[in-house]
Design a binder for this molecule. Structure first.
Ligand code: FAD
Length: 408
């Protein structure tokens, strides 16, 4: 708990820290990575160049400080961060480095406004949050029988195939043939790829797209293509660093360095109805959930709503539709921006859950799972909330730094 000495300082400076939060965390990344270039392997350089990582960290620290007295609000935020850290293999020692640079950055950005008392109050907040995270992460490592700081295994790519025009599915197995540990449908893993031309490696997360119990892990990766600069814009967007290499360079028999499976986006146990709502490559965790339900709980009621730009951009379509067809209590609706006339039953255009569709009224007591582009998820969640769905029943996964939550 925050000390009574620190509390008034935090309350007084929260607005100013929020206002300058992004500037502080931008400064922090430059400062820390300048002094610890080895950490560049751990942080997503593309997110940083666009400022997204800074926003995510700033929001997390601010949210923690602002809602420390409401653990029910802050717990899910910490849980999500802890899972991400475990997938990255973060160690307690790294919190010391981050803390030192973050607190120095607050002082350097806000200047003379930061007195010794204010600095020590923020130091206290940081370490309260860090201690909670370190404890949660220790539990997650322990559940996975993982020695903190241990080397990631190299897994062999045993199958590789295009699963749509712009996605590739890679199946990974242990080189010694032992089954890989199980995971919970909805979870992801981290892949680390060396980038020799940059003299570092980069880690990206990919949701598992197969079901647990198969002894192998499958991921489905969309190729992120760059864009030339448009008129009036200063710069274009480069091709995705990791996805491009996975598409262009990896072959069956190659090995990939892979972290632990993690993620708080998890199919809830039990037999209550499930509504899966996804778009684009956001379908990947849904395929894992769907396969698990078809294998272990075929009687479980399920609604599957999916939106793609065109039939050619629907990853794992044959597998999804043939699996859905086997389920007795299933409802399915596809939205297509282009080519809907070639797919009987598809609604043309973007997904609109308040428009016409074949999903019927939402089943009572259903859990809702969302995954797709940020704007897509925000729009669907707004509709669900306006239809009276309880906030706590809507679960989501963000394929990037978590800028989605209005929580807290
Ligand atoms: P990056 O190099 O990270 O680039 C990302 C974007 O940033 C690109 O559009 C690029 O053009 C732009 N960019 C980079 N540098 C700049 C710059 N200087 N200026 C302007 N723009 C820039 N992806 C999947 O395909 N399948 C999945 O199942 C999946 N699951 C995920 C699960 C989770 C929990 C998370 C967090 C992410 C998931 N992702 C998934 C996304 C994945 O982790 C990667 O973010 C994605 O593959 C892009 O990585 P990249 O290295 O190819 O692109």
């Amino acid at each position: 708990m925050l000390s009574t000495t620190a509390r008034p300082w935090i309350e007084a400076t929260l607005p100013v820290v929020l206002e300058h939060g992004e500037a502080i965390t931008r400064h922090f990344y430059q400062r820390m990575l300048g002094q610890h270039p080895e950490l560049k392997n751990l942080f997503n350089l593309s997110n940083q160049s666009q400022g997204e990582q800074a926003q995510a960290l700033a929001r997390a620290v601010y949210a923690y400080a602002a809602h420390m007295d409401q653990p029910q609000l802050i717990a899910p935020v910490l849980e999500r961060i802890a899972h991400k850290h475990v997938s990255l293999g973060i160690t307690p020692a790294q919190y010391t480095i981050v803390g030192r640079h973050l607190l120095a950055s607050i002082g350097e950005v806000l200047g003379a406004a930061i007195t010794v008392d204010i600095a020590s109050a923020w130091d206290e907040v940081y370490w309260l949050m860090a201690s909670e995270l370190i404890a949660r992460e220790a539990r997650l490592y322990q559940e996975r029988h993982w020695a903190v700081g241990g080397a990631w295994p190299e897994l062999e790519v045993c199958d590789l195939h295009a699963s749509s025009e712009d996605t590739l599915s890679l199946t990974l197995r242990a080189p010694d043939g032992r089954p890989l540990p199980d995971f919970i449908p909805g979870q992801y893993l981290s892949v680390a790829l060396p980038l020799p031309e940059l003299g570092l490696s980069q880690i990206r997360q990919y949701s598992l797209s197969n079901r647990p119990g198969e002894g192998v892990w499958r991921i489905t990766v969309k190729r992120v293509r760059g864009e030339a600069s448009k008129e009036g814009e200063p710069a274009g967007r480069p091709d995705g660093l990791v996805s491009t290499r996975l598409h262009e360079q990896i072959r069956v028999g190659d090995c990939l360095r892979v972290g632990l499976t993690a993620g708080d986006f998890q199919l809830r146990p039990g037999l209550q109805p499930v509504v899966m709502i996804s778009a684009g490559v956001g379908i990947t965790p849904m395929v894992s959930m769907l396969q698990h339900i078809a294998h272990s709980q075929p009687e479980r009621p399920l609604c599957f709503a999916y939106a793609a730009t065109s039939p050619a951009h629907y990853p794992l379509r044959e597998e999804v539709e043939s699996t859905l067809a086997r389920l007795p209590h299933m409802r399915y609706q596809l939205w297509l921006e282009q080519g809907s006339q070639r797919c009987p039953g598809a609604v043309p255009g973007r997904m609109a859950l308040d428009g016409p569709h074949d999903l019927g009224p939402w089943p009572a007591d259903a859990d809702f799972y969302l995954c797709g582009p940020l704007a897509f998820m925000q729009a669907q969640r707004r509709t669900l909330l306006s239809q009276g769905i309880e906030r706590s029943r809507i679960h989501y996964e963000v394929f990037g730094p978590d800028l989605f939550g209005d929580l807290p």
